[in-house]
Write a protein that binds this ligand. Structure first.
Ligand code: SIN
Length: 483
């Protein structure tokens, strides 16, 4: 039986960067649910926020804390912004091709709520895809594809490995450390920008094991998403477009965001999402992203992914306006960890990236801080693992072959997405949250497969967290607040 030095669940930036941080002599296995690119990293457009030099670190910290609305762990933010410079320098030294000018200087763009241009990018608007491609090219560790992690093998507060469903069979894989890097919860929502595989399964397993999730009510909705394409994942229109001059208008051409905040298109994304929601409700008008000051060739070169994807859907950018809606984008909450990604209450277990809650993002993530988080905290987790000298005796577990999917699950999954979108999105009301909770409790009584049960339990946790946070904060906006 193989006992790995580490098993990594997930092949996004946090998972692949963790794998890269292990020395060659360590035996590491990366597990991905479908293909390696079925992760949120692959679809990240705008870029990676990083202080432009040491003097910019205090401003990056201040912007991150301001967006986080008082819920950030200041130490986590300090680590993110200080170590951020180092991990990006390291990535560049390893050969990652970020976009530069003719002299080789990094190109920085601006996104909402940043006090200056500090977003680096690659392939124009394909930053995530380029970083993923680069990390995959450099990866030396084996990947287990099309494999769903169905359980964490935990006994007496020690994690010994994972249970995996692959090719019709269940099998246990053992390791001295398990790093969860499986991303957020997009598929719980009717409209989202996430990879199709991202459905909060491991967060659900943690709940069943009695491990804490934290700040799950803090869900971020991206304001500029084209939601009329087929498929679960909707087409993101990066915030960098607004940073570089795109406007949000209603069907009469009015830039109504200035009625909500003097920063207009560059207000924090939670404000922009709420303003769009409110304006549509109030006026019944459609809302668009418009590109009045862009030239075709420059647009095509700077935003090639969006240019071609929208062309496929019948839009001629930058000449045509695109109808937009907010959609679920990012989970600030997740599995509670310390600043090294360690999960309290369970030896050998780590969580990094979007799946984790270090509280680095607080109540609202600053744009483009997520890829940076994945790089910084995955490295810290591996350093913590490598510094360890005590190992626990391995325990072998029976294979758990609980039925994962049952007939009828698909319809309930769809109902859940609608419940979450209608009751637990941009504007929340206590009565709707209570009704949603009641319905989820009754769905949990049905004869369902394990994967759906995990989704329902995570959704329930999000709703309970939303109900217990009685005041609006950051991305959590509650209407008719209880006094
Ligand atoms: C975007 O490109 O607008 C998304 C960036 C982010 O989620 O931070």
């Amino acid at each position: 039986m193989i006992v790995y030095d580490a098993i990594i669940i997930g092949s996004g930036i946090a998972g692949l960067n963790a794998a890269a941080a292990f020395p060659k002599n360590k035996n590491v296995l990366i597990i991905c649910k479908e293909n390696s690119w079925d992760c949120n990293t692959f679809y990240a457009q705008g870029g990676i926020a990083v202080a432009t030099d040491k003097d910019d670190i205090p401003a990056h910290i201040a912007d991150t804390l301001a967006a986080g609305a008082g819920l950030c762990d200041e130490k986590a933010v300090d680590i993110l912004c200080h170590d951020g410079i180092k991990v990006i320098a390291d990535l560049i030294a390893r050969g990652m091709p970020f976009d530069t000018d003719a002299e080789g200087n990094l190109l920085y763009t601006k996104e909402a709520a940043h006090s200056k241009e500090r977003i680096i990018h690659a392939g124009g608007d394909a930053t995530g895809r380029e970083v993923h491609h680069f990390l995959m090219q450099q990866n030396r560790q084996p990947l287990l594809y099309k494999s769903t992690v169905t359980d964490l093998l935990i006994e007496d507060g020690i994690c010994h490995g994972v249970s995996v469903y692959h090719d019709g069979k269940c099998k246990n894989y053992y390791a001295r450390s398990v790093i969860i890097a499986s991303g957020g919860i997009g598929s719980l929502y009717a409209y989202h920008t996430n990879a199709r595989t991202i459905s909060g399964d491991i967060q659900g397993i943690c709940l069943e094991k009695g491990l804490a999730l934290r700040d799950m009510e803090m869900t971020q909705f991206h304001p500029t998403v084209f939601i009329h394409n087929k498929g679960a994942r909707k087409q993101l229109l990066t915030e960098a477009l607004r940073g570089e001059g795109a406007h949000i208008i209603d069907e009469n051409g009015k830039r109504f965001l200035f009625e909500y905040d003097k920063r207009g298109e560059l207000s924090p994304r939670s404000l922009v999402s709420k303003a769009i929601y409110d304006w549509k409700e109030k006026t019944g008008l459609e809302v668009y992203l418009s590109f009045p000051d862009f030239e075709e060739e420059a647009f095509h070169e700077r935003f090639p992914t969006i240019y071609f994807n929208m062309k496929d859907m019948g839009f001629n950018l930058p000449f045509e306006d695109v109808p937009i809606s907010p959609a679920f984008h990012y989970a600030m909450g997740g599995i509670e960890t310390d600043l090294n990604g360690k999960v309290p209450g369970c030896a050998n277990l780590y969580a990094v990236g979007e799946v984790a809650s270090t509280r680095v993002h607080g109540a609202n993530r600053l744009a483009s801080n997520s890829l940076l988080e994945g790089l910084v905290f995955s490295k810290r987790a591996v350093e913590d693992i490598l510094a360890r000298s005590v190992y626990f005796k391995l325990k072998v577990f029976d294979n758990d072959c609980e039925v994962l999917i049952k007939e009828g699950d698909a319809a309930i999954k769809e109902e859940l997405r609608q419940i979450m979108w209608n009751a637990v999105s941009i504007v929340r009301e206590m009565s709707s949250l209570q009704a949603a909770l009641g319905r989820i409790d009754s769905l949990l009584q049905k004869d369902i497969g394990k994967l759906l049960r995990l989704r329902l339990k995570v959704s329930k946790n999000i709703i309970e967290s939303a109900i217990s946070r009685k005041e609006s904060l950051g991305a959590h906006y509650i209407k008719n607040e209880r006094k």
